[in-house]
Design a protein around this ligand. Structure first.
Ligand code: G
Ligand code: MN
Length: 346
């Protein structure tokens, strides 16, 4: 930066005399004069520029200090999550998904919550990210899978209408972890599926795809989560062996207010159907959006309009109270409205 500023401010003549004209071609006096003039110009420029540069150098740490720090999370967090799992401080809640055609519940997503002994409720978004960096994400996920398998036995045969999906962190999309998951699930592959974000395969696509194919070949359903939230690549969309795609709520929530979001959603639905995948709209919060999605051919909706994530007992009651046959989508809100939005994810 400094060099460029001096060069452009010195306007070439200073530099050009020394570089373009051969020494022998100019009288010594002229050369000396030019040299002295150049030196003075350079000194004057330095005097002008240096304070600004110094100001910038002093200002830099202040900017860095106010920006979010990339400090590693406390190392104790990994073991703490493991201990919290064993101490029963984590709960798993389930957010139902609704089939747009039948208005029946057709599965759910498992979302975790961590309540400390003093009642403090930790934001799942925070502890999941911390567990991914400080350790503990594998413990948390294995616990979530075990709990999901236990709870998915509770609804009467087929009442849930589809598998419960567990979020699988990008850090765990390895062939080794796939083996552990497949062992843990055993022959209960119809009860559980995994949600993965599309960007999770970006870091090491070969290894990630090997893992995903192993899970798919073992009979486990895969869903691409938060589609459109990151840098989506059609090339990965083609390669990931997922049977379902979940459109990120940032496109869904603007559907009735913007011109572009419904077009994006509509074309994503068509694209996925062309690829043989089903589509779930995430974050559906109102009847109008739900209806619009139904008209667009979306397969499934999920969001506070249907229900927040709730404990398994409440989910079972919800399924019982909404057998679905005569239930038209706009009627659901009245009954689902009593459920308070909960936050959580595995
Ligand atoms: O990334 P993923 O889709 O797994 O995120 C699930 C998160 O979305 C949970 O934290 C849950 O609380 C939140 N969530 C679920 N339904 C809705 C909704 O209708 N609106 C909003 N704003 N958030 C939702
Ligand atoms: Mn998810």
């Amino acid at each position: 930066m400094l060099r460029t500023e001096i060069m452009s401010a010195a306007g070439g003549p200073f530099l050009a005399i020394g570089t373009v004209m051969p020494f022998g071609a100019v009288p010594a006096g002229l050369l000396l004069g030019a040299f002295v003039l150049g030196l003075l110009t350079a000194l004057a420029l330095m005097a002008l520029i240096l304070p600004a540069v110094r100001r910038r150098m002093v200002a830099a740490p202040k900017v860095a200090a106010s920006a979010p720090t990339a400090d590693p999370p406390p190392a104790c967090l990994g073991p703490a999550i493991g201990a919290a799992v064993r101490a029963g401080e984590l709960q798993l809640h389930y957010q139902p998904k609704l089939d747009c055609r039948t208005s029946k519940v057709c599965g759910a997503e498992a979302l975790s919550r961590w309540t400390l002994p003093d009642g403090t409720r930790l934001q799942p978004e925070e502890f999941v990210t911390l567990a991914e960096t400080a350790g503990g994400i594998a413990d948390l996920t294995l616990w979530g899978v075990e709990r999901t398998l236990e709870d998915s036995c509770k609804p009467a045969n087929g009442a849930l209408g589809g598998p419960i999906f567990v979020n699988l962190s990008g850090k765990l999309i390895t062939p080794e972890f796939a083996v552990r998951l497949i062992e843990l699930v055993g022959d209960q592959t119809r009860r559980i599926g995994f949600e993965i974000t599309e960007t999770a395969v970006l870091e090491n696509p070969e290894q990630a795809l090997e893992c995903l194919f192993a899970l798919r070949d073992a009979g486990l359903a895969l869903a691409i989560d938060d589609y459109g939230a990151g840098l989506s690549s059609l090339s990965y969309l083609k390669q990931i062996p997922a049977s379902e795609l979940k459109i990120d709520r940032k496109f869904i929530q603007g559907m009735t207010r913007s011109n572009r979001d419904p077009l994006i959603v509509r074309s994503t639905i068509d694209l996925c159907h062309g690829l043989g995948m089903t589509v779930t709209a995430e974050g559906v919060e109102d009847a109008m959006t739900a209806s619009l999605l139904g008209v667009m051919g979306c397969d499934t909706i999920q969001g506070y309009f249907v229900s927040a994530a709730v404990p398994i007992e409440d989910l079972l009651r919800f399924v019982e109270e909404h057998p679905g046959k005569e239930l038209r989508v706009p009627q659901i809100r009245k009954k689902a409205g009593v459920m308070r939005p909960e936050q959580g994810r595995i």
